[in-house]
Design a binder for this molecule. Structure first.
Ligand code: ADP
Ligand code: MG
Length: 397
């Protein structure tokens, strides 16, 4: 991660102003945000995803305390919290501090009881609630830091699983494993080909050459996302139960090949449910093809797959919405764009586009204008490189 030393020095000063003590005992950690390049709504179907860690994320400064309390501060949120370490439970009044509290709770479930209290100060560069996984980033950086300071192993696959479990059970958000996995295990200039069923993964070089990943934030509130998400999950389960007529052992759509699906799609009675299932199976196939073309450095072919992914999410899975569609349509009109798609759960959030570096400025201006006149919303753009997963910032400042 590229975090400027001057920022770290300033953050340490802020930490000392907030909590007192000596700046020399502060440790610093970082976890990135993530973007999913292709493979959307495949994770909970046991299929593959293809996320990458970003070069911006969440920085955590942390120092031990004399008492058994946890002090929480964030440069992104005003509320500061002091919470007894023993007897941690979800409390709506603790607002964002429930995310790190959930990690402490999770560690305790796993038999790792903190030996003392800590002060935490977070500094997030990821827009919250936009699908770039600021929640996974804060969870993973917290878990990694606490395990390090407590002298425990920092297995990044385990950290991902524990962080996901904390978000599922403590926060109550039924997210899949992709976000925490990418944030914990990302690697500079690589995307992660992750099988969400087996957790087998492979780092795939993403040699973007003269092209940049540009993330566009629609800044649309994701109002309906939870109910629609649950509806899609139920439709996928419905498809599985009907396909069991041909595959009695089937538990997840991701277990089917495209051909097996084609041969048996007629078993799904409802046309809408059939379209949902088709998206999932074809999208998983697109992830496999993406790896093939990227291994040949064929970015143009990857761009085509990104486009096909968005079109399927729009027409078959129906999770895009006017804002994402408007932004993607505007992006594809800019010369030098190889592909553009929504990323994340949909219904708002972000798009990701592969843009020639000489076109980035024009891209931001033109897509920004067209998007704003189509929707009345002001977008934000981030020109990204692929960065490393969670780690300690050593020797800086
Ligand atoms: P996403 O993960 O898509 O960004 P979520 O709604 O899952 O959106 O998580 C966002 C929430 O995570 C924030 O509202 C806040 O509670 C918490 N959070 C994320 N980053 C920080 C941070 N730097 N400081 C404090 N809380 C944070
Ligand atoms: Mg989240």
């Amino acid at each position: 991660m590229e975090f400027l030393m001057v920022q770290l020095t300033e953050l340490k000063q802020r930490f000392v102003e907030q909590f007192g003590g000596d700046a020399a005992v502060i440790s610093a950690f970082q976890a990135p945000g993530r973007v999913n390049l292709i493979g959307e709504h495949t994770d909970y179907n046991g299929g593959a995803v293809f996320p990458a860690a970003l070069t911006f994320g969440t920085t955590l400064l942390i120092a031990p305390r004399e008492d058994r309390k946890l002090g929480f501060a964030s440069t992104n949120f005003p509320a500061e919290k002091e919470i007894p370490l023993d007897g941690i439970a979800f409390n709506a009044e603790d607002d964002w501090a429930n995310y790190p509290k959930g990690v402490v709770w999770e560690l305790k479930q796993r038999g790792i009881e903190l030996s003392r209290g800590y002060n935490f100060m977070y500094h997030g560069e990821i827009p919250n609630g936009s699908g770039l996984s600021s929640s996974a980033s804060i969870e993973v950086v917290t878990a990694y830091a606490l395990l390090t300071l407590e002298g425990k192993p920092t297995d990044t696959v385990q950290i991902a699983l524990w962080s996901q479990h904390a978000e599922n059970e403590f926060i109550g958000v039924k997210c899949g494993i992709m976000d925490q996995f990418a944030v914990a295990n990302g690697r500079k200039d690589h995307a992660i080909h992750l099988d969400c069923d087996t957790l087998k993964y492979e780092l795939v070089p993403f040699r973007s050459g003269d092209y940049k990943l540009v993330i566009g934030n629609t800044n649309k509130r994701r109002g309906l996302v939870d109910s629609k998400y649950n509806e899609r999950r139920a439709q996928c389960e419905q498809a599985v139960s009907e396909l069991r007529a041909a595959f009695p052992e089937l538990t997840l759509l991701g277990q089917l090949t495209l051909q097996q699906f084609e041969d048996n799609a007629h078993l799904i009675a409802d046309e809408t449910v059939r379209r949902r299932a088709r998206h999932v199976v074809e999208e998983i196939d697109r992830v496999g093809r993406s790896i093939e073309v990227l291994n040949k450095d064929d970015l143009a072919a990857f761009g085509q797959l990104m486009n096909a992914s968005h079109d399927s999410l729009r027409d078959l899975y129906e999770v895009t919405g006017d804002e994402l569609d408007a932004m993607v349509a505007a992006a594809r009109e800019v010369p030098g764009v190889l592909g553009s798609r929504m990323t994340g759960a949909g219904f708002g959030g972000c798009t990701v586009s592969l843009v020639h570096q000489d076109s980035v400025e024009r891209f931001i201006a033109e897509v920004g204008d067209k998007y704003e006149s189509a929707t009345g919303l002001k977008p934000a753009f981030y020109v990204c490189d692929i960065g490393d997963g969670v780690g300690e910032l050593k020797g800086e400042a």
